[in-house]
Structures are given as structure tokens and as C-alpha cells.
Design a protein around this ligand. Structure first.
Ligand code: SF4
Length: 61
């Protein structure tokens, strides 16, 4: 069974760079205010998701 991770963006921390959305649009989207948010509560575990989370400049993911 594939491991799944819970993914969330803290809206109080996100500064709307759009980096996560540009890097992995399958997992992230912008909300009405332009903030990043996860498209689903959980995603299949992957290096890509981990890299995106680590590359958020304000550690909002
Ligand atoms: S990379 Fe971080 S700061 Fe930029 S939109 Fe995504 S969650 Fe927000």
C-alpha cells in the first residue's frame, strides 16, 4: 500500500509566492486570495512533495 502524507499550507504564514503551485500544480493551487493551498488533504508520499515543502521560503507547507 502506498504511504500517504497529510499536506497543508498555513495561511497565516504563506506569503503568496506561488512557488508551490508553479512547481507542483497537481498538488497545490492558489486560493481566492492568491495563497497556496493543498488540493487534497493527503497525497501519495514522494520526494517531489517533500522538496516543495522544503523549498517554501517561509516554511508554510
Ligand atoms: S511556496 Fe510557500 S509562500 Fe509560496 S505560495 Fe506556496 S505555501 Fe505560500
Amino acid at each position: 500500500m502506498t504511504q500517504r502524507w497529510t499536506v497543508a499550507v498555513d495561511p497565516k504564514v504563506c506569503v503568496r509566492t506561488g512557488l508551490c503551485v508553479a512547481s507542483l500544480p497537481a498538488a497545490f493551487e492558489r486560493d481566492e486570495q492568491g495563497q497556496g493551498r493543498a488540493r487534497a488533504e493527503s497525497v501519495p508520499a514522494s520526494e517531489e512533495v517533500l522538496e516543495i515543502a522544503e523549498s517554501c521560503p517561509v516554511e508554510a507547507i
